[in-house]
Design a protein. Structure first.
Length: 556
């Protein structure tokens, strides 16, 4: 069954079976020092605060990244990467640490994942990595080492926009898509690109009585012949020009040639082409030519510069900042897979890849680390657009559905548990994996008569021993931060005596100003994981980022 995973793609891919995927397409976050938040609509028309980062590609050499870099040689060897590549990585990384630390952090993140992706591909499989020129040359070097120099197939240039202003430089209008094969026997289905209109006008200048465009081509080849191909036909002797007849055998679909056409003599075949209206006689001279008609459904063989696919527009867009057009993924999937093959997108985002794969009859696996994206993909892309149902047409994995599932996530990955808890209550998680002064995330909402959106700071405690001291610390965060509310998420429901003391303490923080809101909202609140799983949320004005179209029981 098709599957949508919530979680870190590295962890998920490590648990996947080797040689189980036919095509990997990935559009990872670029090393362009940008943050995106357009997927979360603010119905008030006010901009979302700068702190919100729906997903982020700001790269720093923190403690965790340094550990990953030091462990990289072991990982690469475990994945079967040659010692020469491992040594190159070590030398290169030491150089980048001093010259471009952000790029080093980005490459460390990507190389960990690319090494695992190689193992997942079947021998006939291939990988397309979508990136921008900021990092494409660095990534290509590492893909050469991981997949092999001889497995590089194409550097595809996708012209995504017609014009873009550049400050004292040529305008950046393209992305790079690197295409590598897993072995020397990769799947390839030839694709056609439509003819350019200027090309048609310049090369197919002639029109017949029916208005069909054609160009003229030779009926002869170089050199003389003594047989049938050297004899005259209808007043023209090719031998006089040092040539011979070269009769085409391919004709338009609407032309019917005589039976056993290939068995006719040269002059009879030329007569048949003349009767079919495929011979062009110039107004001056007697040199006949062959009419090569433009195939309205044809085109030129796929090249590595794609200028015919515009960015996603209109109804196709679902609000994702870096959303790619369906036509782009349609072309990639058609070219490199067959019906029934498995397509993996480990950074599935708004799931353009999944929709294209579904439409083309391929099986698919999508992974994303944002619960907001998973909910939106399941509700809008797969539910509304593809008419698919959770549990029948696809499964969602990695989202805790029970207290035990949440506890298991806490034991396996405490940061990811905090991230899930914050996003599950419609909040935005902090981008730092380390403690951030008692703030694990924020929830944003509009308050009447206030120009800017207001926020609730959120702290997550996954351990069992939560005390009143944790509430006091959260109260201190509320007072010093630019927030009007504070929320505490705990793993298990509080026992009655502790719950009573918690509520007494929280009541001292008061309510959100009743004159600004339609009802009073306690400034400090607490939620347990079982309450969250039952659908309970913090009491606030309508949060920005809540998926309005999501079905309430979508993930249950």
């Amino acid at each position: 069954m098709n599957r949508l995973y919530y979680g870190d793609n590295l962890t998920i891919m490590r648990d996947m079976r080797s040689q189980s995927v036919d095509l990997i397409y990935l559009d990872p976050p670029f090393n362009s020092n940008r943050a995106y938040n357009a997927i979360y609509k603010d119905e008030t028309g006010r901009p979302l605060p700068d702190q919100i980062e729906a997903f982020c590609d700001l790269w720093t050499l923190d403690e965790e990244t340094e550990r990953a870099i030091s462990h990289m040689p072991i990982l690469l060897r475990e994945e079967g990467i040659a010692d020469e590549t491992v040594e190159f990585w070590r030398i290169w990384m030491n150089a980048l640490r001093a010259t471009n630390p952000r790029m080093l952090a980005y490459l460390s993140y990507m190389v960990q994942r690319l090494a695992v992706m190689k193992r997942l591909l079947r021998p006939s499989g291939s990988i397309y990595l979508h990136c921008d020129p900021t990092a494409s040359h660095y990534i290509k070097v590492m893909m050469d080492g991981i997949f092999g120099h001889d497995r590089f197939l194409s550097e595809i240039i996708w012209k995504r926009t017609s014009a873009h202003s550049g400050a004292h430089r040529a305008g950046p209008v393209h992305d790079v898509i690197l295409h590598y094969a897993r072995s020397d026997k990769w799947t390839w289905n030839p694709q056609l690109q439509p003819h350019d209109q200027n090309y048609i006008a310049s090369h197919y200048r002639h029109q017949d009585e029916a208005g069909r465009r054609y160009r003229v081509g030779d009926l002869t080849g170089a050199g003389t012949r003594s047989g049938e191909s050297g004899k005259p036909w209808r007043g023209y002797d090719p031998t006089d020009a040092g040539r011979h007849w070269a009769v085409p055998s391919t004709v338009p679909d609407w032309v019917t040639l005589p039976a056993r056409f290939e068995m006719l003599c040269v002059q009879e075949r030329l007569d048949s082409l003349e009767d079919a209206g495929l011979i062009h006689w110039p107004k001056r001279g007697k040199v006949p030519a062959f009419r090569r008609y433009l195939d309205p459904d044809g085109g030129v063989a796929l090249q590595d510069v794609w200028t015919d696919i515009p960015v996603a527009l209109g109804k196709e867009r679902i609000g994702y900042a870096t959303q790619k057009p369906l036509a782009l993924l349609d072309r990639i999937i058609r070219a490199s897979t067959n019906e029934g093959d498995v397509v993996l997108d480990p950074f599935c985002g708004c799931a353009t890849t999944l929709e294209a794969a579904q439409t083309l009859g391929r099986r698919w696996i999508g992974i994303d680390i944002a619960i907001h994206a998973i909910k939106r993909v399941a509700a809008v892309r797969l539910g509304e657009r593809c008419k698919l149902k959770v549990g029948e047409d696809f499964e969602i994995s990695g989202v805790p559905l029970t207290l035990e599932g949440a506890q298991d996530l806490w034991e396996r990955d405490k940061y990811h548990f905090q991230k899930w808890a914050v996003e599950e209550v419609d909040g935005f998680v902090t981008t730092k994996r380390t403690a951030d002064g008692g703030i694990d995330g924020r929830l944003y909402f509009a308050v009447p008569d206030e120009r800017d959106l207001q926020s609730m700071v959120i702290e997550v405690k996954g351990g069992a021993n939560v005390t009143i001291a944790d509430l006091r610390a959260l109260r201190g965060v509320l007072e010093r931060e630019d927030a009007v509310m504070a929320g505490l998420i705990v793993m298990e429901p509080l026992l009655p005596r502790k719950l009573k003391s918690f509520h007494q303490f929280m009541a001292m923080a008061g309510d959100l100003d009743m004159f600004q809101t339609a009802r009073p909202y306690p400034r400090m609140q607490v939620l347990s994981v079982p309450e969250i799983l039952e659908g309970k949320r913090f009491e606030t004005p309508t949060p920005m980022g809540r998926t309005q179209t999501a079905q309430p029981d979508l993930l249950t």
